[in-house]
Design a protein around this ligand. Structure first.
Ligand code: XMP
Length: 319
């Protein structure tokens, strides 16, 4: 009988054996996976681990603060908080191709970690919260030919020049198992139960060019949507819910004035592993409440639509 308690013990032994007395650097993304990986590795090797929260400016509302407080206050695990938003947003200027965005972000993450690894006196290992579905989806789509659907930023693709080896203790796990392991490791329920959030962050939820201003607009709309979902008691019934800011402007009317602003799309899906997904069937009253709030409260958005596409044929993220 396979239990999470045993998995924890086995992995801790494996991590110690793989790493020896070397230093490990772990990038936190704000998501469950990297947090669970970091806590597990910390349990295995203590202060040989340096956790770095790379704040690329593509996080959701309040996310950076939550991660920093979880690690520093709840676990007392030292955490370097790097604000590199200027680097990421600067590099994303003018980039509109989804794969180009993903590749730039993946490469820049590695650059930041490499620099950080030098800072801590030379880390030999880079830890990542890669899961089993990330591994397969980057290689081929379920049952299909070998085609890359999306370059997941946390899988493979490390530049040749990089000398660090990977520690990926969650590589065999599915999301529900990572959550179970997180509970086993004492992560707060509010964190363990969080919806998945992709490494490239809001960049892949802003089709077209990503700017700081568009990130700010999206963050506000997304926060309203999630607040309404939580208030309606629906958060845990949904695998992932988020807003997408479209590079399309439409005409509207507010009071006596014509508006000409961006469209926001809302996405919510149910899933067990992210490999396939169904849309969440909100009732019309809920959706119109969210749409009204977003248009009234978020400057820059004057229209809200709901994405009715399952996966396949759609993917969960828009890019
Ligand atoms: P898609 O959009 O491919 O997403 O249907 C499936 C699941 O994976 C998440 N996702 C990512 N997670 N790095 C990650 O850590 C990535 O580059 C990435 N791309 C997508 C997505 O949010 C969904 O949960």
């Amino acid at each position: 009988e396979w239990t999470m308690a045993e998995f924890r013990k086995t992995k801790i032994a494996e991590i110690r054996e793989q790493v020896g007395s070397s230093r490990v650097i772990c990038g936190l993304s704000g998501g469950v996976d990297s947090a669970v990986a970091a806590v597990l590795i910390h349990e295995a090797i203590g202060d040989q681990l340096t956790c770095v929260f790379v704040d690329h400016g593509l996080m959701r509302m309040g996310e950076a603060e939550q991660v920093v407080s979880l690690f520093r206050n709840h676990y007392n695990i030292p955490l370097v908080h790097k604000d590199v938003s200027a680097l990421f947003l600067g590099g994303l200027a003018g980039v509109t191709d989804p794969e180009a965005k993903r590749k730039f972000i993946g490469k820049t993450f590695i650059d930041v970690f490499e620099a950080e690894a030098k800072q801590v006196g030379g880390a030999d290992f880079l830890a990542q919260g890669t899961l089993y579905p990330d591994v397969i989806e980057s290689v081929s789509f379920t049952g299909g030919p070998s085609v890359t659907i999306k370059s997941h930023h946390n899988v493979g693709g490390l530049p040749e020049r990089m000398n660090m080896k990977l520690v990926e203790p969650l590589r065999e796990l599915f999301k529900d198992e990572v959550r179970a392991l997180g509970r086993e490791l004492g992560l707060p329920e509010i964190f363990v139960g969080r919806h998945p959030f992709p490494g490239p962050g809001l960049a892949i939820r802003i089709p077209g060019e990503v700017t700081r201003e568009r990130c700010d607009i999206l963050r506000k709309a997304d926060a309203i949507y999630l607040e309404e979902i939580r208030n309606a008691g629906l958060y845990d019934a949904i695998w992932q819910a988020f807003a997408v800011l479209l590079p399309v402007k439409t005409v509207g009317v507010m009071g006596d004035f014509r508006t000409y602003d961006s469209v926001c799309a809302l996405r919510a899906v149910t899933s067990t592993d992210g490999m396939t997904a169904d849309i969440y069937p909100f009732d019309a009253g809920f959706l119109s409440r969210v749409a009204t709030r977003i248009v009234n409260e978020v400057k820059g958005i004057n229209r809200v639509v709901y994405d009715y596409t399952s996966k396949p044929p759609g993917t969960i993220e828009w890019e």
